[in-house]
Write a protein that binds this ligand. Sequence first.
Ligand code: SAM
Ligand code: SF4
Ligand code: FES
Length: 353
Amino acid sequence: MNKFEIKRLVDQAFQTASLTAKEITALLAIDLTELDYLLEAADRKRSEICGEEVHLRAIIEFSSYCKQNCHYCGLRKDNQALKRYQLQKSEIIETAVMAAQLGYQTVVLQSGEDEHSAAEIAAIIRSIKTKTDLAITLSLGERELSEYKLWREAGADRYLLKHEIADQSLYSDYHPGMSFTNRINCLKELKKMGYQIGSGVIIDLPGQTPEILARDLLLCQELELDMLGSGPFIPHPETPLKNSKQGTVAMTLKFTALSRLLLPFAHIPATTALGTIDVEGRQKALQAGANVVMPNVTQGKYREQYQIYPDKICVNEEAGDCRQCIGGIINSLGRFVSTDHGHSMRKEFVKLD
Ligand code: SAM
Ligand code: SF4
Ligand code: FES
């Protein structure tokens, strides 16, 4: 595709938030030298919709136990080399209180698909809501709808469940015993329950093509996501995909930029995975449409054990260090850390803050 054609499609996406699968595929296939116009347009759209504020979501990785066997993930059940941990209820609550004291407005409670009882999670949500003013995002994988309902009633605001790859056949290959249909159904039901929903993809999984990524973006539009994340695939040595090629910064940035243009009102994170494969990765994403960063607040010794992929950044830092570091990064880009909850920008939620 030549420069003029790229400009025409990017301008169309900027003005209408609408492109066909073929047009998205063509933009995802452009090479590095042609990237600037796309990234700049996404940055302009981000500034128009979100302004210069960046929302921080503090992640508490509270359990590394998982009953699933996703082919890419270091927490998969069959990884016997991983030392597993599960935080006590009191530790999770204390960490959330500490996050609030550091100025965070949102905590994300994340874990593998472990067997934590739904009632205990509900009690944790209630306690965090009583002790703090934090918004709560859950990222616990697929559970019974009755459990999602219980947690929503307990006060959870958002749910993050990436659909990972919008291709049924590759989804089945990479997620033994799991079903793409069920995953999408979970997202739809969560939305009906009043959760703000987040989904997203892993970029450059083996076999993934620009055509598939185009379908991912159209699916995200159809789901009317409140949040959309994309992180590059990073091979983990104790998984079946250990010898596969790592995802690229360029494809992650293209996907991030198109996410902003096609879902202008979504919150879009500059992901930790991108910061792991490129020291400037999060800065680049923040300048290509992203308006969110998700720093880790998990306490020291557990960070290393939540090894989704190798060499994850910040494993030797403390929560306060990350808060300071990320604040500095955001300010260095001429942006500022938001002081509100950063609820969904979709119109049904705008009155929440
Ligand atoms: N178990 C929950 C789930 O699967 O939704 C939440 C935790 S899971 C570790 C969070 C995310 O990590 C997944 O949605 C996946 O996209 C990402 N992830 C796992 N392994 C990865 C890898 N090797 N490279 C990049 N991202 C990875
Ligand atoms: Fe478990 Fe989530 Fe990792 Fe899959 S991606 S193995 S569900 S922690
Ligand atoms: Fe953790 Fe920079 S965000 S050290």
